[in-house]
Design a protein around this ligand. Sequence first.
Ligand SMILES: [Zn+2]
Length: 374
Amino acid sequence: MPPLTIGTAAARPGEITYGTIDGIALPTGGTDPFPVIIAEGKEDGPVMWITTGIHGGEHTGLMTIHQLLSQELADALRGTLIVLPALNPTGLRTKQRMPYVIQSDPNRLFPRPDQNASPSKTNSDSNAKPLSEIEEAFQRIYDLIAETQPACLFDLHNAWFGSIPFAFRDPVFFYPHGVGRTRAQAQKLQNRVGKMLDAFGFTIVNEFVADDYVSKNLHRSVSGSVLNGLDIPATTIELGSWMHIDSGVPQAAAAGLRNVMRSLDMLPGDPEPISGIPVLHPDYPVRRTIFPYAPKTGIVHHLRRPADPVQVGDPLVRMTDIYGRPILEDDGLIRSEYEGFVMAWHHGVVHYQGEPLVDLAIRDEDDLIVPYPG
Ligand SMILES: [Zn+2]
């Protein structure tokens, strides 16, 4: 077999090799390629992809990759690890979530996963506007992922300041009326996702499902697109604060990724413990929700920290005016309407009416196998 190549990087057994994948053309000349790293084991085995940096201000994934990749890893590896450390090179240079070349969230620009099942809804309907260069570049990366038939893909992100690190579990769609995945196949794929997330060992939080997921374009996120479009277990990992590295998070994430490789028989040995971060395993599945929103403009005093458990009726925040006097009934308190735990506070202490204040993980009764809406 010829050696695996990804862009200009060619795999060599027992080595880590480097290269680039074609990116977008720049108006000042030249192009903006994506860096790529391949760690190739001496023995053949499964392929795993790790991507990060599609949001340019999120850097813990980069730290994690730098800690994970070493000659020691390549020596012990069976199979192939393919790593893209900067899915948004312009955003990384400017330390911004979005690339300056397009005014939209790049993590909603991966290929639509329903192209095969619903041929009328392709990326480039003849009446629709042409694809942007970024979407074309992401299509090339998606095609490379498809060609290598990986066992799984991890896309590394950051969430809010002080947020707990966690793994998002996306819904898997089935197509009740069309060509495409059946309900039973969707369940099988979701079970494989579950095994992958259990091996990673972080707190697991379900994404918004069904209509909400598609209306938010999350089916065009890296993980949503690869999972639902290519039948490859894929996940978005949130690694705590952005623009700041929480101590312990990259070590925990690198350990989790090695544990996934062990579960795939790509690395020898027993799983490592995940330490240095809170890991929450309530005895019911949870999903993310925003609660509360500020009912009035004021100063927000948080009363529960990220990772703290919450019962219905527990005070979450107290809102005051500039003099410290409560501006709401019940001494300014807003109490939880849900059971679960705190994931994160939204930035700042000054909040205007209608702004989100807290992200909670709450009991999730929704099915994660859902008919494709529409
Ligand atoms: Zn992100």
